[in-house]
Design a protein around this ligand. Structure first.
Ligand SMILES: [Zn+2]
Length: 113
């Protein structure tokens, strides 16, 4: 049992295996050992469409036309987005786009500039 890595969230050593997942009994965190080893720590890394690591304050450009939910607006391919903010969720970039306003983007549809 001592070969299991500690919990990446709370560092508990009482982790155990549940199928392919590792489980922490102290904070109930579940993760897959492969992913934990790759990330190195608990911080989530968000990458753009070509694998550049994105950070708060970066500028990106949109790589495909994106429909804005709940409106007829479209963010055109090539649109530059300044000062992005990373966030959690399916759409992991918070930003403001000229002419459209605040919206969320998926990191897979942008490219760092
Ligand atoms: Zn834990």
């Amino acid at each position: 049992m001592s070969t299991l890595p500690p919990c990446p969230k709370c560092n508990s050593e009482y982790t155990y295996e549940d199928g392919t997942q590792l489980v922490c009994p102290e904070c109930a965190h579940e993760w897959s050992p492969g992913a934990a080893a790759e990330a190195g720590d608990s911080e989530r890394v968000i990458k753009d469409s070509v694998g550049n690591v994105l950070q708060d304050g970066d500028s990106v450009s949109v790589i495909k036309d994106l429909k804005v939910k709940g409106s007829s607006l479209v963010v055109k391919v090539g649109t530059k987005v300044k000062n992005i903010r990373l966030c959690d969720g399916d759409h992991d970039i918070d930003c403001k786009i000229d002419g459209i306003g605040a919206m969320k983007l998926k990191s897979e549809f942008v490219r760092k500039v």
